[in-house]
Write a protein that binds this ligand. Structure first.
Ligand code: S3P
Length: 424
């Protein structure tokens, strides 16, 4: 396979959620260019509309407009807020609602209803919110916000969703919030808040946000999504020849650990033409074919590449035959859109790769034979895209049970992937 072409990936999912929510809390009309129009970010936009915030249509190449209503912009919603497949929507909304004095109910699809919410409901209760949840502290749940107390929270998991939810509660409640994480997770919220003049301090792995009087309205261009770019870069690396150029990619170091691991595997991605947008560094990335070495990924690296583990595992299956790559501390993958840890291992095994888990560690052996077989994606977008890329290996025959899930984060994924692949 020859991989050659240029792609501009869609807007970053994490930053789009945050920009929509912060725009809602701002003092006026905000225009967000290149916001991601996909399942997850539509869930956030629709929930905000239900809460009485004016949010324009997400879609096309145009910009979305949000009319901020100040730091407590929401009114009681009619009916339940459906977060669909989006954990970020559910957790960030809980933070936003904790400081509002009314009751709201949240639910989601089957995948989201199995995901843990205690990591955010516990600290929000400690701040003063009343939350009642289904058994096991999962969705559906009801939250009644009110006056909040300041919070200093030690989170047992490195989670940007938890950190952001608590900061949003602090903004709406007008109180300071400190979050200590085992390892710093992605810091998109902190960057946006600083840009808006909010005092954010970091000491070790503790981040503190002081409550502002108001948030100014803002406009900006959302950087391209690093996680979406990763699939195209991987296709360029697995190809026999060529060069894949991905333009407009956010390369925030708390998010781009994939590049550092690729480098250790022997695939150096070229970084060209750096820029900054909405406080986020970005660049054009260029990937070329490489012979891959096996790799060991340590627990402290995982937060910076948590969504890329399935893809890295697929790449590790193409590393030098008979050598095993090791991913330590990947237990969080069990509670993503699917049990990614179990499914990565079982699907690789179904394709003829020696892969297994032991506790929170994933082992993947390099295989010489091309992957052939059927993949069960459990409706998980990242599994669908990672295994679709593995299916571009010469001689491969990888069949996905379902490929519609890509609409969650990257609706044009298959078009963009096909645009860079050419038969040799
Ligand atoms: C996200 C953070 C990550 C990531 C998810 C999006 C975010 O989750 O897996 O896709 O936008 O904050 P955690 O921070 O909960 O691990």
């Amino acid at each position: 396979m020859i991989a050659r072409g240029e792609v501009t990936v869609p807007g970053d999912k994490s930053i789009t959620h945050r920009a929509l929510l912060l725009a809602a809390l701002s003092g006026g009309r905000c225009t967000l260019r290149s916001a991601l129009a996909a399942g997850d970010t539509r869930a956030t936009a629709a929930a905000l509309r239900r809460l009485g915030v004016q949010v324009g249509r997400l879609g096309g190449r145009g910009a979305v407009t949000v009319v901020g209503g100040g730091l407590r912009p929401c009114r009681p919603p009619a009916g339940v807020l459906d977060c669909h497949n989006s954990g970020t929507t559910a957790r960030l909304l809980l933070g936003l609602l904790a400081g509002h004095g009314f009751e709201a109910r949240l639910t989601g699809d089957r995948s989201l209803r199995r995901r843990p919410m205690a990591r955010v409901t516990e600290p929000l209760r400690a701040m003063g919110a009343a939350i009642t949840a289904a058994a096991g502290e999962r969705l559906p749940l009801a939250i009644r916000g009110g006056p909040l107390a300041p919070l200093a929270w030690r989170s047992p998991v490195a989670s940007a969703q938890v950190k952001t939810a608590l900061f949003f509660a602090g903004l709406v409640g007008g109180v300071a919030v400190s979050v200590t994480e085992p390892v710093i997770s992605r810091d998109h919220t902190e960057r946006l808040l600083r840009l808006l003049g909010v005092r954010v301090t970091v000491e070790g792995t503790t981040t503190t946000v002081e409550p502002p009087e108001t948030l100014p309205a803002f406009d900006g261009e959302i950087p391209g999504d690093f996680s979406s770019a990763a699939y195209l870069l991987a296709a360029g690396i697995l190809a026999e020849s060529g060069e894949v150029v991905v333009r407009n990619v956010g390369i925030n170091p708390t998010r781009a650990g994939f590049l550092r691991v690729l480098e250790r595997m022997g695939a150096v991605v070229e970084v060209r033409g750096r820029w900054v947008s909405l406080g986020e560094p970005g660049a054009t990335l260029v990937a070329r074919p490489a012979a891959l070495a096996p790799v060991v990924v340590e627990p402290e690296e995982i937060p910076s590449l948590v969504d890329e583990v399935p893809l890295l595992a697929c790449l590790a299956s193409r590393a030098e035959r008979g050598w095993t790559s090791v991913f330590r501390g990947v237990g969080e993958l069990r509670v993503k859109e699917s049990d990614r840890l179990a499914l990565v291992a079982s699907n690789l095994a179904a394709l003829g790769v020696a892969a297994r888990t032991e506790g929170d560690t994933l082992f993947v052996e390099g295989a010489a034979a091309p992957p052939r077989g059927r993949v069960a994606t459990a409706g998980d977008h990242r599994l669908a895209m990672a295994f679709a890329v593995l299916g571009t290996v010469p001689g491969a025959a990888v069949e996905l049970d379902d490929d519609r899930s890509v609409a969650i984060s990257y609706p044009d994924f298959f078009r963009d992937l096909a645009s860079v692949l050419h038969a040799s």
